[in-house]
Design a protein around this ligand. Structure first.
Ligand code: C5P
Length: 401
């Protein structure tokens, strides 16, 4: 996540049913301290009222070229001049066509042409309109012109059909805007991340797992993408949505995770092992559901491979970061792990605090000593961590050179 305070964003809303999602997007941006200026087309006003958006953005909404509030009557120049970004959500097929052809017959299309800042558009339309050759041609032209196209998503549509054309959710558009502003500290780097728990099968229906939610690993994937990295996320079973731009490999057991990590590790610049990998697996899994008896049962467990130690031990290892969840003697235990697994950076947190929670309080242990980060949402901790990792990674490169 970037620091969005003081950023000036023009949010354009065009006439589609997804306009209702723009209200939530405004709320998310305003909560982050963004100065949001809403510009609506006439058609948009048929779907959501300017009054709603004025209340949410805390500023008058512009709908007209000839707005008497702008002293020189040049709203299109005034509004685009001071902006850091223009986002249009929803962007109808008609609006995309106008943009692709440089038409400027209302305030929003005119200020898009008069802009000096980046333009992001989130298309929203019926699936046939999206598939239409003209729309596809327009989208391709806009991409060539440097416009960033967000989505669309696939799913239920207001017309009752199902398919590609739904606007992304407000949170996803917010994430993309955020990503746009984040410093590109890891541009061109490949970051490999393990996340979530592993599931070690006992038989066809049962298994051993842990309470890891995957939130920290997924937040790091998002933060690394925002920092310009290419991200491969190897995830154990979780209910989370992965960032669309990450390459996601879903696995169940530690052995599966190990195989997938081995495949990607050599090409990675940075490896972050966030997964709560089960230390043991059942030696012999049953291919049938084990029947209940009234006798005691013993499961023989054998150790799993240590994925982090393996990657850190490669002849030319990526820069490795481990996570240590401890229930006591946090720093001593985490530092012992750091030395044993030979990783330059270990992130320590209290297991009872971190697992499954939305917030986290972490301590970083590396050759420079111990560095504590304040308790914060995992998304914020992830951003700080990525900045710290990028700094150590750069330092390591300099030392090698
Ligand atoms: O479980 P442990 O406390 O040793 O985990 C510390 C770090 O090692 C974490 O980053 C975890 O992802 C990694 N790990 C691993 N493979 C294991 C056990 C742990 O990669 N089998």
């Amino acid at each position: 996540m970037a620091d969005l305070r003081q950023k000036r964003v023009v949010l354009g809303i065009t006439g589609g049913i997804a306009a209702y999602k723009a209200a939530e997007l405004v709320r998310l941006l305003v909560m982050d301290g963004v100065d949001v200026q809403i510009v609506m087309t006439q058609a948009a006003c048929g779907f959501i009222t300017p009054a709603t958006l004025q209340a949410l953005s805390g500023k008058p909404v512009f709908t007209d070229m000839w707005d008497a509030r702008v002293p020189d009557n040049m709203a299109h120049i005034e509004l685009s001049r001071g902006s850091d970004l223009i986002a249009v959500a929803p962007a109808t097929a008609d609006f995309l066509a106008k943009l692709a052809n440089g038409l400027a017959d209302d305030l929003l299309s005119t200020l898009c042409i008069a802009r000096e800042c980046p333009l992001l558009v989130a298309p929203a339309m019926n699936r046939q309109m999206w598939d239409n050759k003209a729309t596809q041609r327009n989208v391709a032209q806009l991409e060539r012109d440097g416009v960033v196209i967000l989505g669309p998503a696939s799913g239920d549509q207001a017309c009752g059909e199902t398919g590609l054309g739904r606007m992304l959710e407000a949170q996803q558009i917010y994430d993309e805007i955020n990503s746009h502003f984040a410093p590109k500290l890891l541009a061109g780097r490949h970051v490999l991340i393990t996340a979530g728990p592993t599931f070690e099968p006992i038989d066809t229906v049962r298994g051993i797992t842990n309470r890891s939610s995957g939130k920290m690993g997924y937040a790091l994937a998002r933060a690394a993408l925002d920092a310009g990295a290419k991200v491969t996320l190897v995830s154990g079973p979780t209910s989370l949505d992965a960032p669309a731009a990450a390459r996601v490999e879903r696995v169940e057991s530690a052995s599966d995770m190990f195989d997938v990590v081995k495949k990607h590790a050599k090409a990675a610049d940075i490896f972050i092992g966030v997964a709560a990998v089960a230390d043991y697996r059942v030696e012999k899994t049953s291919t049938h559901k084990i029947k209940k008896t009234d006798k005691n049962m013993t499961l023989k467990l054998v150790p799993n491979p240590d994925i982090l130690a393996y990657v850190a031990g490669l002849p030319r290892p990526p820069f490795c970061v481990g996570f240590a969840a401890e229930s006591r003697q946090l720093h001593e235990n985490a530092d012992a792990k750091r030395r044993r697994k030979k990783v330059p950076l270990m992130v320590a947190n209290l297991a009872q605090d971190a697992i499954g929670a939305d917030d986290n309080e972490v301590t970083l242990l590396d050759d420079n000593g111990i560095h504590k980060l304040a308790r914060a949402p995992k998304t914020v901790v992830a951003r700080q961590l990525v900045a710290y990792i990028a700094k150590l990674f750069q330092g390591r490169k300099k030392k090698k050179a």
